[in-house]
Design a protein around this ligand. Structure first.
Ligand code: TYD
Ligand code: MG
Length: 468
């Protein structure tokens, strides 16, 4: 028998510590270490009695007639795009997001859409009573949908129930943190229970061929184990994000074994559930002030889709010894780099200024291609010269001050042209405006950061053709 002794597991990242600590050394989260019984893990049984190995057959990589995995599409375009064209039977998808962001709402809508096409869909909630789910469905206008419901938390009971009858096409488990398995003696919500329950459900998906969606709450204080502990076990990880106080929500494929990662879907939370946003660029630019200095439109890419967003900067002389730098929606380190390059290679004095940078609309931009737009916004705010309202920017800034080309230049320009923009400032060597939709676009390439600063100072501010 294995000796039973306690171990201390971070509920945020799953790292194991030798003793209790206030802060996890692996992920840096505070107050997330909890004591768990080490002999209760799934691996514990193996040490109790050695088993002889079973001989299994091996298959070849070049298997003939291997069809592409069939897909189960919901008909909700923004969701199907993020999953890579629909759910794959036998796969497990993790949907993560903060409580209240709309995960349950999105999934009940997806379930109803699938059930409407005659498939068997089961929605299991460990958080809400069946009546509560019905009430929500009523509010969404989906009360008549043939989705099967249950309020259950025991994984063994769920597996036993779903093993009977017609194989479900889709099973939603809302949420994985409320599930528990008999195999593990730990409270629901701890790392070992979340892992154990996920393992059992993944095994069920693989053996039956049903697509399973696990909902995972992400909490900042780490009171419950984060979905991160199961991210490596599932086939796809999709996160649902949104900014407090704003109605749009972004569904983002963080990992996808059956499709491209980085793909996004945009939704708007309405009084009747989540509605698809078909033209997100227009939405993100809808409420911008085109005359104020310090705003630049970035022609970005999210996955395979172009997306225009406004980058706002505020630069003001600092009363503090160490000026304040705050960034929302972009990377802190990238801002520091762009500021340093502007100082060193373009003579823009930002050292004694407080700097605030914000990506409008609550979007998180991860691309280095946003460097040029951020630099333009900073220079514009510092100089008080507003940028042309009909202008877009993209390009990566190197430490030497050179502006480097980025991928998908043409796609970005086409999106800008489609939305009525007339000018684009882009890196050298990016696509020419030869194609028809780009004829109206005045594309100027910029090789060095000092060129951008000169251009803004020389009155890039007077607008040319007005937006049409
Ligand atoms: P929910 O799906 O319960 O969030 P999660 O499962 O991620 O915790 O969404 C809850 C929020 O969504 C709640 O604050 C109310 C809002 N909401 C709407 O605005 N409109 C709607 O039609 C519904 C059903 C919810
Ligand atoms: Mg919920």
């Amino acid at each position: 028998m294995a000796k039973s002794h306690a171990s201390f597991v971070c509920q945020n990242c799953g790292a194991v510590a030798q003793r209790w600590q206030g802060r996890c050394e692996a992920c840096g989260a505070w107050n997330t270490i909890a004591e768990e019984s080490a002999s209760s893990g799934i691996g514990a049984r193996a040490t109790q009695g050695a088993r002889k190995g079973r001989v299994f057959g091996l298959s070849h990589l070049h298997e003939e007639d291997q069809p592409a995995p069939p897909r189960v599409t919901t008909g909700i375009g923004e969701l199907d795009r993020v999953t890579g064209g629909g759910f794959v039977p036998g796969s497990v998808l993790l949907l993560g997001g903060e409580p209240g962001i709309g995960k349950s709402t999105l999934l009940i809508q997806a379930c109803a859409a699938l059930a409407a096409s005659g498939r068997r869909v089961v929605y299991i909630s460990g958080e809400e009573a069946v009546d509560q789910i019905r009430l929500r469905a009523l509010r969404l206008g989906l009360a008549a949908s043939p989705v099967e419901l249950a309020a259950e938390t025991s994984v063994e009971d769920i597996v036993a129930t779903l093993s009977h009858g017609k194989r479900p096409s889709l099973i939603v488990i809302d949420s994985i943190q409320t599930m528990w398995t008999d195999l593990i003696e730990a409270t629901p919500g701890t790392v070992s229970q979340v892992r154990g329950a996920a393992q059992a459900l993944i095994r069920f998906a693989k053996t039956t061929g049903a697509a399973v969606i696990l909902v995972g709450h992400v909490t900042k204080d780490g009171q419950i184990a984060g979905p991160r502990v199961v991210e490596h076990m599932v086939d796809a990880v999709i996160s649902f994000e949104g900014e407090g106080g704003q109605n749009f929500r972004i569904l983002r494929a963080v990992k996808n074994r059956f499709g491209p990662a980085g793909e996004i879907g945009v939704f708007e939370m309405t009084g009747r559930g989540l509605a698809e946003v078909l033209n997100p660029s227009a939405l993100f630019l809808s409420s911008r002030d085109t005359t104020a200095p310090g705003a630049a439109v970035f022609a970005g890419m999210e996955g395979t889709r172009p997306l225009l967003v406004e980058i706002q900067a505020l630069v003001a002389p600092s009363p503090l010894g160490t000026p304040r730098r705050a960034v929302v929606g972009w990377d802190n380190a990238r801002l520091a780099m762009v500021v340093a390059v502007l100082e060193a290679h373009a003579g823009v004095k930002l050292g004694q200024c407080d700097i605030y940078l914000n990506v409008a609309g609550g979007l998180r931009v991860g691309e280095p291609a946003a460097d040029l737009a951020a630099a333009a916004a900073l220079v514009s705010s510092l100089s008080g010269l507003s940028l042309a309202a009909d202008s877009v920017y993209f390009g990566e800034i190197a430490l030497s001050g050179a502006i480097r080309p980025v991928a998908h230049g043409l796609v970005r320009l086409k999106e800008a042209a489609k939305l009525g923009f007339c000018r684009a400032t882009i890196p050298l060597g990016a696509p020419e405006n030869a194609e028809t939709p780009l004829r109206d676009l005045n594309v100027q390439s910029c090789a060095h950061i000092s060129g951008l600063v000169t251009k803004i100072a020389a009155g890039n501010s007077q607008s040319g053709k007005s937006r049409g």
